[in-house]
Design a protein around this ligand. Structure first.
Ligand SMILES: Nc1ncnc2c1ncn2[C@@H]1O[C@H](COP(=O)(O)OP(=O)(O)OP(=O)(O)O)[C@@H](O)[C@H]1O
Length: 250
């Protein structure tokens, strides 16, 4: 198992947000996290990343068999956990190219790996763009592509994507999806893949391009249903999350 979460209870500012989450993700798997606004999806991501304001009051998170519940975010990132944020912050004074160098493990006076330049070109970024401050004045689509480029530079084993397709036009979704498939090693046979992913999506559009094996529905901080993404999405489209709630309660 690459990621194992047992009975995770999390509070933010004294408010309970996650209420006993169990989640198991093996190498080669891509999982989807569905749930209404405010269910706790981003909270789960930020807790897996180890953001200090997300207090684990019960349960544990294991990554590659090691208990990481008390590790800080840098240690977790070094172990191979990466994320593309829904709304990443602008970082004035830090150029994207320098962040990419750090994320790919080289020093600022070294040249950026030509492979990362090739990924940047694929994602429609030129050298001038890479010299801009991170996310400062980036369009919504540029921000999403920049997040994926940073993940390609970091090359993590476990990849979390928070709504990678929201606000992205069709042409750019296809480019993003191609790079996400690369990150998740979808070109390899499942048994040969070393990576895994967890994708938050509201409408499931990205799943037309990035195949996922399992979807989970998070309601009020608890996973209430897991199964085939297409089937679960179809039910949600028909009956909304109210349908999930009723199904769970009966
Ligand atoms: N730092 C914080 N301080 C206070 N409340 C917070 C904080 N972070 C999250 N919350 C609350 O936790 C709840 C879950 O938020 P979260 O962002 O995890 O939901 P979500 O499922 O990702 O929602 P969405 O689909 O709208 O992005 C919300 O009620 C939110 O206001």
């Amino acid at each position: 198992m690459l990621l194992e979460i047992n009975d995770l209870v999390v509070e933010v500012n004294g408010k309970r947000i996650l209420n006993g989450v169990d989640l198991y993700i093996g190498k080669g798997e891509t999982h989807v996290l569905l749930g209404p606004n405010g269910a706790g999806k981003s909270t789960l991501f930020l807790t897996i990343l180890g953001f200090p304001e997300y207090k684990v009051v019960r349960g544990e998170i294991l990554f590659k068999g090691k208990d990481i519940t008390n590790l800080n975010t840098t240690e977790r990132a070094k172990m191979g956990i990466g994320v593309a944020f829904q709304n990443p912050p602008a970082i004035r004074g830090v150029r994207l190219i320098d962040l990419l160098k750090i994320e790919s493990g080289c020093s600022l006076d070294e040249k950026l790996d030509p492979k990362i330049y090739r990924f940047a070109t694929k994602l429609k970024f030129n050298k001038d763009f890479l010299s801009r401050d991170v996310n400062l004045g980036f369009s919504g689509g540029e921000m999403k592509r920049s997040e994926i480029l940073q993940l390609l530079a970091q090359n993590p084993e476990f990849i979390m994507l928070d709504e990678p397709d929201s606000g992205v036009d069709i042409e750019n979704v296809e480019i993003l999806a191609e790079m996400i498939n690369k990150l998740l090693e979808k070109d390899k046979k499942p048994s040969k893949r070393k990576k895994a992913g967890l994708i938050i999506t509201h409408l499931g559009y990205i799943l037309n391009f990035v195949k996922a094996e399992i979807a989970h529905v998070l309601l009020d901080g608890k996973i209430v249903c897991s199964g085939c993404p297409d089937e679960i999405l179809e039910d949600i489209r028909k009956e909304g999350f109210e349908g999930c709630k009723k199904c769970y309660e009966t």
